[in-house]
Ligand binder design. Structure first.
Ligand code: B3K
Ligand code: ZN
Length: 839
């Protein structure tokens, strides 16, 4: 059994305080010489990690080690009877060119780069590859290449010194023919920091937004958290082949090029927003992750949940609280609630894992961020600031646990957080049941929390749930402003003396990551939609109205009623309201959201029926709005040159929503016109998607003619065609595209575009009743697993909802999961995922 348990944590007997590396780069025979300063801190052998390394020499204090003084396996080098303090030298050879797992040192389009989190450093040299071993580094890179970068500050060409102790996972090295856009930032204590964004020649015209986002992030972290940057240079590098979004290596962030490069012609508003958010996220890690890191990987949420929370705060400040919050909640529900409700559910701090890379999940990131938000609500903004200040002061330079983090808030505020800690250890999304009673001038709200069983966990304890709520009169005026009620026991109630039954606005701002079980009359929801002072709940009321209708259309063939359509029209045409908000309010719940909700209501979701009902609802909305659509789009035009600012992006989002409705009516006429005049990728992609929906047979070809030389734009082309194919054609389209000359499974962006275009973008296509979608996914996962297990394991989560569906679909999905599991040579990554899904 390869399972690793939190309960087994023990510090290393011998630690490393300084790493001296010399790296002689060569595609097939890179030589890594390392000299580790080692110090004993307890009894036991020193066990270093190492994978796919050819060991050429081992020396202890300058003496070649005799074969009986060490032992070697495929994954370890053990130094027997090591002294109390010594220098350990090793020489190894590695082949970055053949490394297609994109973990460790590898090559992407001719450049050398690294990815060490979580356990990639052991593919570079022998080392204690775990986060509680923090060392300073000296790195010498030898190669005949113009640009050679590592962490810290450069002391001579190719020589880098990082004075800040860091764990191995934050090590980075980049070398190649790169070009930088330069800028600088002066810290609040008056130091100048050189900022560089390094890209392949030809891409340097697309770096401005990333640089601007970086400067704004640095200023924001000084202002809001008092965190100042600590080196004289901050480098960002864009890499085309990358398994995830980006990596916070100390002073040398490495990014998927998709999250750096942007120009109006090639990037959408969503791309710009992602760049801003991810640049901020990686920068914020400099304090929450790097200066203070995790003791072990079970504490991953210590850095990730907190850093996501910080990037969400930053984006709220940059883009507007309400729309950012709504977007973050949509994402939480789509990814984390789904995960929490299925076989992959795990606590924010898991207790065991087989492959840690499988735990970079929505639960650890997004639910982890919600826990920080709840903590802030519970201790108040000042208590939160005091707790954070204490955390930075007390733990700078350390590798910490969730207990360390919570203890700072207990010390700073005097509050006991014992019960709050349950949020870290109990998986599953709590359901809060709300019932109202009004009698003789007394209004009472009964509350009950139920936490569902999840794999390996049953009979959970009640958790502290901060419920932000307010009360409106039936005419919409507010009678009780926002208050926080802490639901700490299983049941509880609230009472108010009032003349008339109020309209309850509960879970304002989405104050806790829970599912509300609350049946509220339509009339009250319409009141909230029109009048709630809490913009999140205004949106939520509209959402609940729409979801009710769609669910009833699925289960009872119900029609879309005039009062609802009138409310949607009012929203669409309300020129006083923020266009971004209107776009969010007009968007219907996604197909997967409906499948989740139907399943929660004990209805077996039928993907074809959901698809048809959603389209019918769009058609009904379109018909209701028919006479206004063109004018509305016109009044939300953003003439002149493209500006990525949130205000314009909101208008473009609304206009895209309206174009989709127009397409339901005119078969693509308006979309064709919009496509032809588009001067930016946001408008172009919106029109492209509509044309594909309408079955246009020429637009894919002309799009390809225009953009075939642009890798990032072609990712969109691959994805959109699969996502917007008619459900019965989707698997065929995806399969045909895998034979396109530009399809390259070894590039994660391209692979993900095509596969997730089907599994996430076209649920009715993926769930084709003939099972071809499942077979297609399984075949491609098996194919990719041979070279890139991290990405195959990640995309296997498309199967995690399999038990929701009808018996035929369940049998077919199960058969594919079993087929994967029965394949020899399966990676530890993919096999762990499949085993968990089959349990
Ligand atoms: N810390 C990295 C993620 C590493 C994933 C390793 N499989 C990016 C981030 O969260 O900022
Ligand atoms: Zn992160």
């Amino acid at each position: 059994d390869q399972t690793i348990y939190l309960a087994d944590y023990a510090p290393v007997p011998v630690t490393v305080t300084h790493v001296d590396l010399q790296v002689r780069l060569d595609p097939l025979a890179t030589r890594v010489s390392s000299r580790l300063t080692c110090i004993r801190q307890g009894p036991g052998d020193m066990v270093l990690n190492g994978e796919l390394l050819k060991l050429r020499a081992v020396r202890l204090d300058g003496e070649e080690l005799s074969p009986d003084a060490y032992s070697l396996t495929d994954t370890t080098l053990t130094i027997l009877n090591a002294p109390d303090s010594f220098l350990l030298e090793t020489e190894v050879e590695i082949a970055p060119q053949t490394n297609k797992a994109l973990s460790g040192l590898y090559m992407s389009n001719g450049m050398y780069c690294t990815q060490c989190e979580a356990e990639g450093f052991r593919r570079i040299t022998y080392m204690l590859d775990r986060p509680d071993v923090m060392a300073t580094y000296d790195v010498q890179i030898d190669a005949d290449l113009p640009v050679m970068l590592s962490n810290g500050d450069e002391t001579a060409h190719g020589h880098w010194r990082d004075p800040w102790p860091k764990p191995t996972y934050l090590f980075a090295l980049v070398a190649g023919d790169l070009i930088a856009t330069h800028d600088s930032f002066t810290t609040m204590d008056g130091r100048d920091v050189a900022l560089n964004v390094w890209v392949r020649p030809g891409d340097e015209g697309r770096t401005a937004y990333a640089l601007d986002s970086l400067k704004r992030s640095m200023a924001w972290d000084e202002k809001v958290y008092g965190r100042v940057y600590d080196l004289s240079v901050f480098n960002i590098v864009a890499v085309d082949d990358f398994n995830m979004g980006a990596m916070e290596n100390k002073g040398l962030n490495i990014f998927n090029s998709k999250y750096v490069l942007a120009s109006p012609e090639t990037a959408t508003d969503a791309d710009f927003a992602n760049i801003e958010r991810i640049v901020a996220h990686e920068y914020f890690h400099n304090w929450t992750g790097n200066r203070i890191t995790c003791r072990d990987w079970f504490q991953l949420c210590l850095k990730e949940g907190l850093t996501v929370f910080r990037d969400q705060q930053f984006s709220q400040d940059a883009r507007g609280f309400a729309t950012q919050r709504i977007g973050d909640v949509l994402n939480l529900r789509a990814r984390q609630f789904r995960e929490d409700a299925g076989p992959l559910a795990h606590p924010v701090r898991p207790e065991s894992f087989v492959e840690i890379n499988n735990f970079y999940t929505a639960t650890i990131y997004e639910k982890g961020a919600e826990l920080i938000g709840m903590l802030r609500t519970l201790v108040g903004a000042e208590g939160y600031a005091a707790g954070c200040a204490l955390y930075f002061e007390r733990h700078d330079g350390q590798a910490c646990t969730i207990e360390d983090w919570l203890a700072c808030f207990e010390a700073a505020t005097g509050r006991d957080l014992t019960q709050f800690k349950l949020w870290y250890t109990q998986a599953g999304t709590p359901v809060v049941k709300v019932t109202e009673h009004f009698n003789d001038g007394t209004y009472r709200i009964d509350l009950e929390q139920v936490i569902p069983d999840t794999p390996g966990q049953a009979n959970k304890k009640p958790m502290p749930i901060p419920l932000a709520f307010g009360l409106l009169a039936q005419d919409g005026s507010e009678v009780v402003g926002t208050q926080i009620h802490e639901l700490t026991s299983e049941t509880d109630h609230l009472s108010f003396d009032l003349d008339a039954k109020p309209v309850l606005s509960i879970l304002r701002g989405f104050s806790a990551p829970v599912i509300l079980d609350f049946v509220q009359p339509d009339a009250e929801r319409l009141t909230l939609l029109a009048h709630d002072t809490d913009p999140f709940n205004r949106w939520e009321a509209g959402r609940a109205l729409a979801k009710d209708r769609l669910m009833r259309a699925v289960t009872d063939d119900a029609d879309f009623d005039a009062p609802w359509l009138d409310a949607m029209t009012t929203l669409a045409t309300d020129t006083d309201a923020d266009p971004a908000f209107r776009a969010l309010a007009l968007a219907l719940p996604s197909e997967d959201d409906l499948a989740q909700s139907l399943h929660n209501a004990d209805v077996v979701p039928d993907p074809d029926r959901i698809y048809a009902v959603r389209r019918a609802a769009q058609l009904a909305m379109a018909e209701h709005l028919r006479d206004d659509l063109s004018d509305l789009r016109e009044s939300n035009a953003t003439p002149g040159s493209y500006d990525p600012k949130a205000e314009d992006a909101g208008k473009r989002a609304l206009s895209a929503t309206l174009l989709r409705l127009q397409t339901m009516l005119d078969g693509g006429k308006a979309a064709r016109a919009a496509y032809d005049v588009a001067n930016n990728m946001t408008d172009r992609m919106a029109a492209f998607a509509c044309l594909l929906d309408a079955g246009d047979e020429t637009v894919a070809h002309s799009f390809e003619q225009d953009w075939q030389d642009d890798r990032l734009v072609m990712d969109k082309w691959f994805m959109a065609q699969v996502a917007h194919a008619a459900p019965r054609d989707a698997v065929g389209v995806a399969d045909r595209l895998t034979r396109h000359r530009d399809f390259d499974a070894s590039n994660p962006n391209r692979f993900r575009s095509l596969i997730a275009g089907l599994t996430g973008g076209n649920p009715a296509g993926f769930h084709n009743p003939d099972g071809t979608g499942y077979e297609f996914l399984a075949s491609w996962l098996l194919h990719l697993d041979k070279s890139n297990p991290q990405t195959s394991a990640r995309l296997s989560t498309a199967f995690d909802g399999w038990t929701r569906y009808d018996a035929d679909r369940q049998a077919m999905m199960k058969a594919q999961l079993e087929r994967i599991l029965g394949t020899t040579g399966l990676s530890r990554d993919l096999s762990e995922m499949v085993i968990r899904m089959l349990k």
